[in-house]
Design a protein around this ligand. Structure first.
Ligand code: SAH
Ligand code: ZN
Ligand code: ZN
Ligand code: ZN
Ligand code: ZN
Length: 424
């Protein structure tokens, strides 16, 4: 499909043991965005294949990345008064194109500072299930950057983190002694208007597909290979509706790419921050047993629910998963995080060390309580139910629905209605 190789899914129907397998778009969870569908065992005629290829060609961006880089150079030569950005087409305009966009909403006097912060200029693609762009709040973005610098990293592979990439690139162009560099891999091609070919690759993280082909793949490889692959970290913040297994498979391929560096990093893994909600913990750990979840709450700008406020604050469920030693991830004490000497990691202020579990067990930042019958700590709002033989909300319905939710594992609702996924 236009977004690269499709993924193989399985349709299971109740009562039947084996489901039928089919290919569908890797990145679009909404059939309206991409309707590619093919049974695994389906024969595809030559005509249909040709039609598909033509369709895919027609659904590629109008300008190539190379052309966009050329356009950007010309744009920079323009005086402020001639620098315009079309908000409708999400495109930098050259004077010859003004006419075509005359009845569109256009921003004028685009400054160098604005060009350095494309994530502020472009509108976030949040209503589309495909992109689900949620930008870091300054507080979180700055925290991540400081952490990366304090840990001694020099290069950041930014996978779906345009705002982190942008503060790094912006500092690199303005501060002489700022040594960190970043390469952005993202499916949002609008960014190709602002970054050169060695700063941005059009990439799909659900199927490890580089739209720019071998040359783009080589760009990524080169970036990872610098300094024998040392002091590089990958940071990713994928859309939360995404399939963990598909993401993990791509990330493993990026890790493998790094591993091929000259020195060969024996048994090491490329350091990584995977930013994702805490209720995906077990599924991420299944794919990456070496990872652990940090208590730090990542906040976003354009998501009212996930903002870090003072009163009536909604706690963000988004965390950092990493294969670095947890004790190295120092969380800000001014925000209430403290070090637990037994767990050897920073935890949120409300997270109490449980003597029985021998761990700081809270996942959501509130103080959890131990249930002796369940033999584990549970949310403060839960009570042990003798009918269900586990802890649950006091007013839960006691009958068990057949299958749990695919996202959070809880019974009573399907993936699409999962309250944990209010963000998608
Ligand atoms: N918090 C981050 C943005 C995360 S939003 C920041 O502020 O930098 C998710 C990002 O992943 C978006 O930039 C979106 O364009 C990108 N994305 C969504 N689907 C993708 C895919 N299939 N492949 C690569 N990037 C994708
Ligand atoms: Zn502890
Ligand atoms: Zn406990
Ligand atoms: Zn219990
Ligand atoms: Zn759920």
């Amino acid at each position: 499909c236009p977004l690269g190789p499709a993924l193989l899914f399985v349709k299971t129907s109740q009562g039947k043991e084996e489901g039928r397998r089919f290919y569908a778009c890797s990145a679009c969870r909404d059939r309206k965005d991409c309707n590619f569908f093919q049974w695994e065992d389906e024969k595809v005629s030559e005509t249909r294949r040709a039609a598909r290829e033509e369709y895919n060609r027609n659904h590629q961006p109008f300008f190539t990345h190379r052309q966009n880089v050329e356009r950007y150079k010309n744009f920079l030569l323009l005086p402020l008064s001639k620098r315009r950005f079309c908000q409708e087409c999400q495109q930098l305009l050259l004077p010859a194109e003004w006419q075509k966009h005359s009845d569109h909403q256009v921003l004028c006097d685009i400054s160098t500072a604005q060009l350095r912060s494309p994530s502020q200029l472009l509108y976030p693609l949040e209503n589309k299930k495909t992109n689900a762009q949620y930008l870091f709040a300054d507080r979180s973005c700055q925290f991540l950057l400081d952490l990366i610098i304090d840990l001694g990293f020099r290069r950041v592979l930014s996978v779906g983190t345009p705002r982190l990439h942008e503060i790094i690139q912006s500092k690199a162009s303005q501060e002489e002694d700022f040594r960190v560099r970043s390469l952005l891999l993202d499916i949002d091609f609008r960014y190709s208007q602002f970054y050169a070919e060695d700063e941005f690759c059009h990439y799909n993280m659900f199927n490890h597909y580089f739209f720019g082909g071998e040359a783009a793949r080589e760009t990524c490889r080169k970036f990872l290979y610098q300094d024998n692959g040392e002091r590089v970290i990958m940071v990713t913040d994928p859309p939360f509706g995404g399939l963990v297994e598909a993401l993990a498979s791509s990330f493993k391929k990026l890790m493998a790419m790094w591993k091929e560096t000259e020195e060969g990093h024996n048994n090491q893994e490329m350091p990584m921050f995977w930013i994702f909600p805490y209720f995906f913990e077990s599924r991420i750990l299944e794919c990456f047993p070496s990872f652990s979840m940090m208590d730090y709450q990542v906040d976003y700008d354009n998501h009212a629910l996930y903002k870090h406020g003072k009163t009536g604050r909604r706690q963000s469920p988004v965390r950092i998963f990493t294969n670095l030693t947890p004790s190295m991830i120092v969380l800000p004490v001014e925000e209430g995080y403290r070090f637990c000497a037994i767990c050897q990691r920073y935890v949120s202020s409300g997270n109490q060390h449980c003597e029985i579990c021998n761990s700081c067990t809270s996942k959501d930042g509130r103080r959890w309580k131990h249930c002796v019958l369940c033999k584990k700590c549970v949310k403060p709002s839960w009570f042990h139910c003798n009918n269900c033989n586990c802890c649950a909300l006091q007013n839960h319905a006691c009958e068990k629905t057949d299958a749990g939710c695919f996202v959070c594992g809880k019974a009573g609702h399907k993936r699409s209605a999962c309250p944990s996924l209010s963000r998608t």
